[in-house]
Design a protein around this ligand. Structure first.
Ligand code: HH2
Length: 325
């Protein structure tokens, strides 16, 4: 198979198979980053009536945890006023998306009742909607929470179960025109870090995405509305996370934008011997730059400003066509 065939059919099973063989890694990177699928290909993300073109300009998603127990900032923004203030600060720093969550997904976290989750997130979304132009995403595994959040003005459903956790979630997404983030997780937050095992983590996560794209399309959710997220730290050892990060260029063959959520995660602590999550922001910034070069287009982060700066600098270099001064 040659380069032209690949460009004609990114996202096809054929392209994904070739990509996971490792043989076209550099070609895909070059074609995508330097030329942005120039042979008629785009990397659009459809949200409501707008197509956001991510081929040349990625997005920063700022994290707003309205929780008492999130792994790095639990309790800091449980108060609604504080959460809104924090979200507006992230938007002012350049966040394209504000990701509002009312249930921690850290390993072993206790599940939260629907009523309590709604009580945490809805007032924050309602307060933000009229005062920010940033997109708002709802980070939830519950269909009822997603539906209420969309009614309150949210634009995106961010479901760490990849729309498998709650049987009603796909219907909520299909009934709306919201963007959808499909994340891979092995098990549940309660069980996921109990010795996760894969034969080939990259092939298995890629196959999961193919199945999700197919199934969700059949349920009325067009692929153009979907962003894919390998789910770093969700049922993965350090080795699994590193393999997936290295394999991002291969996953681009799926033809959908990729989101990386590595901010302050324990894999950084494991590698650097860095126990304090808040002290993991600089490695996170470095990863934003590097992962943008490997093909990721969306970055879910706690600290927005330095990540926006790293992303824009990296894109300035990637977009610099040969022959220009
Ligand atoms: N990670 C967390 C939560 N939601 N959503 C996506 N799409 N991707 C991720 O990697 C991801 C996510 C965990 O981080 P955080 O929200 O900071 O912690 P907690 O779950 O403890 O609130």
């Amino acid at each position: 198979m040659d380069e032209a065939t690949l460009l004609i059919a990114p996202g096809s099973a054929e392209a994904a198979g070739l990509a996971s063989s490792g043989r076209i890694r550099r070609l895909l990177l070059y074609k995508h980053d330097r030329q942005g699928w120039s042979a008629g290909m785009t990397l659009d993300w459809h949200i409501h009536c707008t197509a956001h073109d991510l081929s040349r300009r990625g997005m920063i998603m700022g994290i707003v945890n309205v929780t008492p127990d999130s792994f790095s900032d639990g309790g800091r923004f449980l108060d609604h006023g504080r959460a809104v203030e924090h979200a507006l600060k992230l938007a002012a720093e350049g966040a394209d998306i504000l990701d509002i969550g009312g249930e921690s997904t850290r390993p072993g976290a206790a599940p939260v009742e629907e009523a309590e989750e709604l009580r945490r997130v809805l007032p924050v979304i309602r307060a933000l909607r009229p005062v920010t132009r940033a997109l708002i995403s709802i980070d939830t595994m519950k269909a009822a929470v997603a539906r209420a959040a969309l009614e309150a003005g949210a634009d995106i459903i961010n479901d760490v179960t990849g729309l498998r956790g709650d049987a009603a979630m796909a219907r909520v997404a299909a009934d709306s025109r919201a963007g959808v983030i499909v994340m891979h997780m092995a098990g549940t937050p309660q069980t996921m870090q109990r010795e996760p095992v894969y034969q080939d983590v990259l092939a298995e996560v890629t196959a999961f995405f193919q199945e999700r794209l197919r199934t969700l399309e059949g349920q009325g959710i067009a692929a153009e509305r979907i962003v894919l997220d390998p789910g770093f730290g969700f049922g993965k050892t350090l080795e699994h996370n590193l393999r997936l990060l290295h394999g991002l260029p291969d996953m681009m063959a799926l033809g959908r934008p990729l989101l990386a959520g590595v901010s302050r995660k324990s894999m950084i602590g494991q590698l650097l011997g860095n126990a304090d999550p808040a002290a993991r922001d600089w490695p996170t910034v470095a990863l934003t730059s590097h992962l943008r070069e490997l093909g990721a287009r969306l970055f879910r982060v706690h600290e927005v400003l330095p990540n926006v700066q790293a992303l824009r600098m990296t894109e300035a270099i990637l977009g610099h066509e040969p022959g220009q001064p």
